[in-house]
Design a protein around this ligand. Structure first.
Ligand SMILES: NC(=O)c1ccc[n+]([C@@H]2O[C@H](COP(=O)([O-])OP(=O)(O)OC[C@H]3O[C@@H](n4cnc5c(N)ncnc54)[C@H](O)[C@@H]3O)[C@@H](O)[C@H]2O)c1
Length: 386
């Protein structure tokens, strides 16, 4: 076995060698693995992003499974190295897996796990927070206050946008997009316009029912509209939040031309993936339109920002923390560990990756299944009957 870099070892005599490329929150994920005869090795290198070479060194000559991170490049080289070391399981500690070449994993017969079901509300809450912070210029006002510049109330001081009765636009109304839409509709009584390749029936039903409830209580009902094109959302919405997956069809979905279609005082939020937005075009748009505001959790070339972005007062930037609640991060670690464990043990794949509560219940052993394997079909893995 190649001498690994800097690692912490749990249950050294475990039969199956499972590596986590990063320390992950909580200890339940470690206990679940060690109780099932796994030797768990956690890379403790202080370097934030591990290179392919670092991970090859970690995998060594014998490795049954790896839990990795979205910052790592899981392609042909790593899946080949894992397979050569006898490994059959990999899980991203993330719901998105645009850093994983699933075809390469299929070629080497490696199962690829992800962690849906625990990030939805937490990520949507950050998108909602960025929307409100941008609308009410909270970060700018905080900086002003700390700089000692506040010398009394003024009618024009940090005037922003009222959300109530305005239109919220959602692009990609899947799990997170729909949860975000509900928060903005319930919380601020905004009307909805959305664009997705598929109809968000449950979301539509919710807005209809909520509108009826408001009307019955003598309030203005909220409305919804499924846009036939993305441009319709860009033109009509006051706040637009991006929640599609990142793939070839969504790369630079928001570019110079599309930015120009948005209202001059609109707010754009991105908690999906950085390359969904052409960040250079965005910086230029922010310069030209001082009342246009953005809230960004993700960046085109993380960890960097495109030149000029950090200087823009009309941009709020946070370091990819949308899923960073304790409950979510511990849940992600648990699901990633169970994805790997399930494959190693030959368990079936859970039938509904969105219904993961049984795996998160700390008072009962988790089901004998992998919670979410994205290439289960390609690898013809059995599906749990539960
Ligand atoms: N910032 C973060 O920390 C963070 C956290 C969680 C998820 N994410 C990102 O959010 C993404 C969405 O997560 P989810 O759980 O809601 O996924 P999801 O699969 O439930 O939803 C994605 C939606 O996007 C739609 N879509 C795909 N291509 C589209 C297109 N070209 N135009 C419009 N809509 C399109 C899909 O039909 C689907 O409804 C993830 O893939 C991930 O990249 C980021």
């Amino acid at each position: 076995m190649a001498k690994p870099v800097s690692i912490e070892v749990w249950n050294p005599n475990g039969k199956y060698r499972v590596i986590s490329t990063k320390p992950m929150p909580g200890t339940r994920w470690i206990n679940l693995l060690t109780q099932q005869d796994c030797r768990v090795e956690i890379c403790t290198l202080t370097k934030t992003i591990l290179s392919v070479e670092d991970i090859i060194a970690l995998i060594g000559d014998k490795c049954d499974g790896v839990i990795g991170q979205l910052t790592e490049d899981w392609g042909e080289t790593l899946f080949s190295a894992l397979s050569k070391a006898g490994g059959t399981a990999f899980s991203n500690m993330a719901v998105g897996y645009n850093n994983v070449d699933v075809n390469a994993a299929n070629k080497y017969g490696v199962a690829v796990g992800n962690t849906p079901g625990v990030l939805t509300e937490t990520t949507a809450e950050l998108a909602a927070s960025l929307s409100v912070s941008a609308a009410r210029r909270i970060v700018e006002a905080d900086e002003f206050m700390r700089a000692g510049l506040y010398d009394g109330w003024l009618p024009h001081l940090f005037v922003g946008n009222l959300l109530k009765g305005q239109t919220v636009g959602v692009i990609g109304a899947g799990r997170i997009g729909s949860a975000y839409a509900r928060m903005m509709i319930e919380g601020f009584k905004m009307n909805l316009i959305y664009y997705d390749l598929y109809q968000a029936t449950r979301l539509e039903k919710f807005v209809t029912a909520y509108g009826q409830f408001l009307k019955a209580n003598g309030e203005q009902p909220v409305t919804w509209k499924r846009a036939s094109s993305m441009d319709e959302v860009l033109q009509q919405a006051d706040v637009i939040s991006l929640h599609p997956i990142l793939d070839k069809t969504t790369y630079h979905l928001i570019n110079k031309e599309r930015l120009s279609k948005m209202k001059k005082e609109a707010i754009l939020v991105n908690c999906s993936r950085g390359p969904v937005v052409d960040e250079t075009a965005l910086v230029e748009h922010l310069k030209q339109n001082p009342m246009f505001r953005v809230g960004l959790d993700v960046f085109e070339e993380e960890p960097y920002m495109k030149p000029g972005l950090a200087d823009m007062k009309n941009a709020i930037v946070v370091p990819h923390i949308a899923s960073a609640s304790k409950w979510t991060r511990e849940g992600m670690a648990t699901l990633a560990a169970l994805n790997v464990l399930g494959k190693i043990k030959g368990y079936p794949v859970w039938s509904d990756p969105n219904r993961v509560e049984p795996f998160l219940n700390e008072n009962a052993p988790p089901p004998a299944a992998s919670p979410s394997i994205v290439n289960a079909k390609s690898l013809s893995l059995p599906v749990s009957k539960m």
